[in-house]
Write a protein that binds this ligand. Structure first.
Ligand SMILES: N[C@@H](CCC(=O)N[C@@H](CS)C(=O)NCC(=O)O)C(=O)O
Length: 260
């Protein structure tokens, strides 16, 4: 069930790396589009990042361990302890039900919203692998040859395959979504994640995306601008809370972009 209004008695805290949008951005967008108050701990609190890393490295056996950010901490007034969860899709599915971003009131449309969201997160992860195809903890410069190969395949084969799928999903929902929504007639976790990945790809592969935009007229012609214009999102994108892309998932290396 999708509640009409966000629950206001619950406190939500995002714990992520400071100063970059990264995977934390999907969670921020879920809060911003629904007007839900949240704390962005590492960006608002001087020792916020230490709080995040100490939660992840904790050896406590009294709660389930946490593997990697983003983390979501949830507390209710009067309740003992706080729930802390990780995995971006898990966080988004958790929030979707509470904030009315789950794709509607029936199981079928909710499953569709989740599958589109998960597919867009796959694309997000593949975009990351273009600059780190071999080892996460090594510098891009030390895996540049492999990155160049990976980026060619990503641009030529993977981007059009994913974009074709999103375009078809928008067309399949055209009678209710009118090209603006992937599921139903309002924003869901599917729209949030697809939009953020489209936006990140525009930053990371500007020539490739500009050459391809016309191949996907609903995706980049209708959906992309319409999402930016939604209440909550428009204000957020103009605010200082929206951080610039730099060294997160989406990075701009001109040599990885289309060369012609
Ligand atoms: N599948 C996980 C991936 C999490 C992830 O890779 N987090 C990055 C930051 S965006 C990180 O710091 N990872 C540390 C690690 O994997 O060791 C998710 O979507 O949350």
């Amino acid at each position: 069930m999708s509640p009409a209004e966000p629950q206001t008695d619950t406190t939500y805290e995002l714990l992520y790396w400071p100063s970059i949008p990264g995977r934390g951005e999907f969670v921020r967008l879920a809060f911003e589009i629904t007007g839900t108050p949240y704390r962005d701990v590492s960006n608002e609190q001087e020792d916020g990042v230490q709080e995040m890393t100490s939660l992840i490295s904790s050896k406590s056996t009294s709660s389930s361990p946490l593997f990697a950010p983003p983390l979501l901490r949830v507390s209710h007034p009067g309740a003992e302890g706080k729930l802390v969860i990780h995995q971006t899709p898990n966080i988004l599915i958790f929030l979707a039900g509470k904030l009315g971003l789950d794709g509607g009131n029936n199981e079928a449309s909710q499953a569709v919203a989740r599958q589109i969201m998960l597919t867009a997160l796959d694309l997000n992860n593949e975009a990351h692998d273009t600059h780190h195809p071999v080892a996460l903890m090594e510098y891009y410069e030390d895996q540049k040859d492999e990155a160049l190969k990976k980026a060619i395949d990503f641009r030529k084969n993977r981007i059009p395959k994913f974009f074709g799928y999103f375009e078809r999903a928008l067309k399949a929902n055209d009678s209710t979504g009118h090209g603006k929504y992937l599921v139903g007639d309002k924003a869901s976790i599917a729209d949030i994640v697809v939009w953020q990945v489209l936006d990140g790809l525009k930053f990371a592969f500007p020539k490739e995306i500009s050459a391809r935009e016309k191949e996907f007229p609903v995706l980049y012609g209708t959906f992309y601008p319409a999402f930016k214009d939604q209440a909550g999102i428009k204000e957020y994108l103009a605010s200082s809370r929206r951080m610039k892309y730099s060294h997160g998932v989406f990075r701009y290396y001109p040599e990885l972009d289309r060369q012609d």
